[in-house]
Design a protein around this ligand. Structure first.
Ligand code: NAP
Length: 260
């Protein structure tokens, strides 16, 4: 059975992807750590939309999590035609003072799990000459962000990696799209112990998903969700890096107090 696998589907943007794609009759495999939320969401989507929705409770930072997930999908005869690498989190603070274990877990989740799952599921997509991979990156990927140093760097990796893999797989009729949301109304800031640049102008996860799916349809390798985010990203790439980093640092430095 062909399925769409979504990581980080228990809340926020991942959950919005699950709801929207269930409406579009995709069969789903939902992955996250929160078993109850995944269980309830699968039951609801199966009942509402007459699809198959399977969940896997898994911490993607665990050793060999990608192998476990791949074995689980193989065991059930699921053919992953769409892969949505969405699970991720951030942190905020002076890098030297942040918890190292948590920073490394972020690298494991935002980068290693995404790379491993892409590598696991690509060969079958190539065989079938069909597939979609959506990697949820961020507008944070377009510049260094002092006080969110590791997070921004992980997302810079995701955007760069996705654009390269998109080009490699174009001849195989596989669309790879990096989706770059700006601040979005999800659990992200609570989970990341962070505060947004501004409380105004947050997008809904549904708007991010709608933009992502439009980009996939147009086979775009990169999409920035929201016009303000788009303008911010473009300005950030035009201005000298040292200036952008200084300005962003000056905006975020006082926010560290707000966070405490
Ligand atoms: N919200 C924003 O402002 C924003 C902006 C730009 C980019 N993004 C990106 O959007 C993506 C989704 O985040 P969100 O905003 O929707 O935040 P969210 O509501 O906190 O969702 C994060 C999801 O990732 C899952 N997750 C976290 N750690 C995990 C782990 N170790 N193993 C497996 N699953 C894990 C969470 O589920 P469990 O806790 O149940 O495991 C949850 O389903 C992330 O990659 C984030 O970087 C968000």
């Amino acid at each position: 059975m062909k399925v769409t696998l979504i990581t980080g589907a228990s809340s926020g943007i991942g959950e919005a992807f699950a709801r929207r794609l269930a409406e579009e009759k995709h069969n789903l495999v939902l992955v996250a750590r929160s078993e109850t939320k995944l269980h309830e969401l699968c039951d609801e989507l199966m009942l509402q939309h007459g699809i198959i929705a399977h969940y896997v409770t898994l911490d993607l930072t665990e050793f060999e999590a990608d192998t476990k997930l791949f074995e689980e999908t193989e065991k059930h005869g699921f053919e992953v035609e769409w892969l949505i690498n969405n699970a991720g989190f951030g942190s905020m603070g002076d890098f030297a003072e942040l918890d190292l274990e948590r920073e490394l877990q972020m690298v494991d989740l935002n980068i290693s799990a995404l790379v491993a799952l892409t590598h696991r599921y690509l060969p079958k997509m190539r065989e079938q000459k069909k597939g979609v991979i959506i990697n949820v990156s961020s507008t944070a990927s377009f510049q260094a962000i002092p006080f969110m140093a590791t997070y921004a760097a992980t997302k810079a990796f995701v955007t760069s990696f996705s654009e390269a893999v998109a080009e490699e797989n174009r001849p195989f009729n596989i669309t790879v799209t990096a989706v770059c949301p700006g601040p979005t109304e999800t659990n992200f800031f609570a989970a990341s112990k962070a505060v947004p640049f501004s409380a105004k102008g947050m997008q809904t996860p549904e708007a991010v998903v709608a933009k992502a799916l439009k980009a996939v349809k147009a086979k775009k390798p990169l999409v920035i969700s929201g016009i303000t985010n788009y303008i911010g990203a473009v300005l950030g790439t035009i201005a000298p890096d040292s200036l952008v980093t200084r300005v962003v640092g000056n905006v975020l430095r006082p926010k560290l107090k707000e966070k405490k």
